[in-house]
Design a protein around this ligand. Structure first.
Ligand code: GRG
Length: 305
């Protein structure tokens, strides 16, 4: 370790890093999911149960931090932060369904289909997707920026990214000519990294960043997504439900394709550190202003240290 690194101030904790944005974000999320005319009380309750459950809020915090790094205001970026969290929340509700990952615990609580019922859980997802786009379309100004946000989020959440990655993950098998590590990376780039990348990029878009910065933010977000997924796999591998808010060691029980299963735990951890360094280097040209994003990324990686 260099002298500069030894003398550097320790990284702030997650609580310190998010203290400015989190209360504003939680209030915006609460307002976005307030009961509305025509929505049955039970569906409304299930929507709020899913969305307001204690998640880490990683995607919205990344978005708001990216907006700040690019000189934008938090208030102007809040609707986009809410939109990405709503899409993320729907994906968790649907992923937990018996037809998908079949989980009964999420964010330390019974999953939506357990607490309510399966049809309600499906309808929660059905409601959250259009709500996310309604918020972008009506709350982001100017309209050209709203349109760009809708386009980016639709691509990230669509069949070529989030949904396609989930479909391949559920299918499980790899054809014999495919390299299993490449196949796994392709799944995670779509299933996990696309939503993290679009979160960081939307922060730049609402702050009016130029194309080169947006490109760098997106690449940073994509690498962070891979780091996030490798650490998620490692946590599951080590079976620590307290850190996950859900049951651990599930991937192994199901014989799923994961980084630790393919490469071993130590090599997976080394890979995560390597990708983390590449992620940070994407932001170097943005200068010291980008440090809060790198600090968030280091915290993601530190989940398994
Ligand atoms: C249903 C189309 C569709 C996609 C589901 C969310 C998802 C895709 C799968 C969940 C399975 C999983 C473990 C994915 C790995 C990455 C991930 C999305 C973890 C959960 O995100 P966190 O840890 O959750 O940020 P919180 O609860 O903190 O928001």
């Amino acid at each position: 370790m260099s002298n500069a690194e030894l003398n550097a101030a320790p990284d702030p904790s997650w609580t310190e890093l998010v203290s400015a944005e989190l209360p504003l974000f939680e209030a915006a999320l609460d307002e976005a999911t307030a009961p509305r005319p025509g929505c049955p009380a039970r569906l409304s309750e299930a929507i709020r149960y899913a969305v307001l459950a204690p998640g880490k809020r990683l995607r919205p915090i990344l978005l708001l931090t990216a907006a700040r790094v690019c000189g934008g205001s938090i208030e102007a970026a809040l609707p986009a932060a809410v939109a990405v969290e709503l899409i993320h929340a729907y994906s968790l509700v649907h992923d937990d369904l018996p037809a998908m990952d079949d989980d009964d615990l999420r964010r330390g609580r019974p999953t939506v289909h357990v607490q309510f019922d399966e049809a309600t859980a499906i309808l929660v997802g059905d409601a959250l997707i259009p709500l996310a786009f309604e918020i972008l379309a009506t709350r982001i100004q100017p309209e050209t920026t709203a349109l760009a946000c809708c386009r980016e989020l639709a691509t990230a959440a669509g069949a070529g990214r989030l949904v396609g990655g989930q479909a391949d993950d559920l299918a499980g098998s790899v054809s014999c000519e495919a390299d299993p590590v490449e196949h796994l990376e392709s799944i995670h780039l779509r299933k996990t990294a696309a939503m993290l990348a679009v979160s960081v990029k939307l922060g730049g878009i609402v702050a009016g960043a130029g194309p080169e910065t947006l490109d760098r933010l997106e690449r940073f977000g994509r690498d962070l997504g891979l780091v996030f997924q490798i650490t998620d796999d490692l946590l599951d591998f080590r079976g620590d439900p307290a850190k996950m808010g859900k049951r651990g060691a599930k991937d192994q029980r199901l014989g799923k394709l994961t980084y630790p299963a393919l490469l071993g735990a130590d090599a997976s951890q080394r890979l995560a550190v390597e990708i983390m360094a590449r992620a940070a280097s994407q932001l170097e040209p943005l200068g010291p202003a980008s440090e809060p994003l790198v600090q968030l990324a280091r915290l993601v990686l530190s989940r398994v240290h």
